[in-house]
Design a protein around this ligand. Structure first.
Ligand SMILES: NC(=O)c1ccc[n+]([C@@H]2O[C@H](COP(=O)([O-])OP(=O)(O)OC[C@H]3O[C@@H](n4cnc5c(N)ncnc54)[C@H](OP(=O)(O)O)[C@@H]3O)[C@@H](O)[C@H]2O)c1
Length: 313
C-alpha cells in the first residue's frame, strides 16, 4: 500500500512517522519531512494521490480544539466534515482505502454507564463532536472502503495535551483542582499508532486475498445504512482501563515525582466551559481486539512509557 498521512504534524501524525517510513506525510503547513496538503482542497488531494500513486489515506487532520470549535463552527464543520468528505471522495475515485480518526465526543449527550459499543447512536454535546459525527456520516455516504477509528483522551510527547499541562502545573503549583466527575480512558498516541499500523498491514493482506478482517463488523457498524454502502467499518481504540481526569492527574504527578503539589478532586461545575464534556466516555474495544488480534496496553503502563520519554528528553 502507498500511504498518505494527513495532519502529520499533530500528535498522532507525529507518532506514526517512525512506524511508516515510506508513507507521504502532509499537513496544512510544509515542514521538514512534511509536504503541504490542505485537506479542504479537493483538487490538491486528487493531484497528490495521482502523483504519488496513493491507495490509502490515514486522516489525522482535524479541528481538535473543543472550546474553540464553539466559536468557529463553520471552520470546524469545514475541517471535520467537508474535508473528510473530500478525502473519502478522492480515495473512492482512486479505488483506495481511508482510515479516519474520530472521537468519543460523537457521544456525550446520552446518559451512559457501560462501555460504549461501535453500534450505539451518538448524540454529541457540542460543535466539535457534532462536526466529527458529520465527518463519519460523510464517509459512509461516499461508500469508500474505510475504517472509522474512534479514540479518546489522546496524549503524546508532542504538541499540547493534558499530560504535558499536568507535568508543568504540578511542578509549579502547591495545589491543583482536577475534575473527578468525567471518566474515560487515556490513550497514548504511540499505542494508537501501533494499532493503526497493524490494521493497515491486515487490511493490505485482506485486500490481496479478498476477505476484509473484522468483516463481521460490517452489518453492526453500519446499522441503518443501506448494504450497498456498508464498506465502512467502525472500531473503538483507547488504552485499557478507566479513570477520571483527577485520577489521571494524580498518576502523572506520582510518576513524575512531583510530590509538592496537592491534587484535589472537584466537580466540572467549578470549571465553567462553553461545552458540556461527556461525563462517561469509556469506549468498548472488544471488536477491535477480536478483529485484529490486538493486545492493548493498560493506561498507567502506557503513561509511564510516555513520561519516560518526556522526562528524559
Ligand atoms: N486530541 C485528543 O484528545 C483526541 C481525542 C479523540 C480523538 N481525537 C482525534 O484524533 C485525531 C488526531 O488528533 P491529534 O490530537 O493528533 O490532532 P492535532 O494534534 O490537533 O493534529 C491535527 C493536525 O491537523 C492539521 N490541520 C489543521 N487543518 C488542516 C488542513 N486544512 N489540512 C491539513 N491539515 C490540517 C493541524 O495543523 P494546525 O495545528 O496548524 O491546525 C495539526 O497538525 C483527530 O481526528 C482528532 O479529532 C483526538
Amino acid at each position: 500500500m502507498r500511504i498518505l498521512v494527513t495532519g502529520a504534524c499533530g500528535q498522532l501524525g507525529t507518532s506514526l512517522r517512525p512506524l511508516l517510513p515510506d508513507a507521504v506525510f502532509t499537513d496544512i503547513v510544509e515542514a521538514p519531512g512534511t509536504r503541504r496538503l490542505d485537506i479542504t482542497d479537493l483538487p490538491a488531494i486528487r493531484t497528490l494521490i495521482t502523483a504519488e500513486k496513493i491507495d490509502c489515506i490515514v486522516n489525522c487532520a482535524a479541528f481538535t480544539n473543543v472550546d474553540a470549535a464553539e466559536d468557529q463552527p463553520e471552520l470546524a464543520e469545514l475541517l471535520n466534515a467537508k474535508a473528510v468528505e473530500n478525502l473519502a471522495v478522492a480515495m473512492r475515485e482512486a479505488g483506495g482505502f481511508l482510515l479516519h480518526i474520530s472521537t468519543d465526543y460523537v457521544f456525550g449527550g446520552e446518559s451512559l454507564n457501560t462501555p460504549i459499543r461501535e453500534t450505539q447512536t451518538g448524540k454529541p454535546t457540542g460543535v466539535y463532536g457534532l462536526t466529527k459525527l458529520h465527518g463519519e456520516e460523510a464517509i459512509r455516504r461516499t461508500g469508500v472502503r474505510s475504517i472509522i477509528l474512534r479514540t479518546a483522551w489522546l496524549y503524546s510527547e508532542f504538541g499540547r495535551n493534558f499530560v504535558k499541562t499536568m507535568l508543568r502545573l504540578t511542578a509549579e503549583r502547591p495545589s491543583l483542582k482536577v475534575v473527578f466527575d468525567q471518566v474515560g480512558t487515556p490513550t497514548y498516541a504511540g499505542d494508537l499508532a501501533d494499532a493503526i499500523v497493524r490494521i493497515l498491514h491486515q487490511e493490505d493482506r485482506a485486500k490481496e486475498d479478498g476477505t476484509p478482517k473484522g468483516a463481521s463488523a460490517f452489518s453492526l457498524a453500519t446499522a441503518g445504512v443501506p448494504s450497498s454502502l456498508s464498506s465502512c467499518r467502525v472500531f473503538h481504540y483507547t488504552n485499557e482501563g478507566v479513570c477520571s481526569w483527577y485520577d489521571f492527574a494524580k498518576a502523572i504527578a506520582a510518576y513524575a515525582g512531583h510530590t509538592g503539589c496537592e491534587i484535589l478532586p472537584c466537580h466540572s461545575s467549578e470549571f465553567p466551559s462553553k461545552v458540556v464534556r461527556p461525563a462517561y466516555s469509556v469506549l468498548d474495544k472488544t471488536l477491535i481486539k477480536e478483529s485484529f488480534s490486538l493486545k492493548i496496553p493498560y493506561w498507567t503502563d502506557a503513561l509511564q512509557r510516555c513520561l519516560k520519554g518526556l522526562l528524559q528528553g
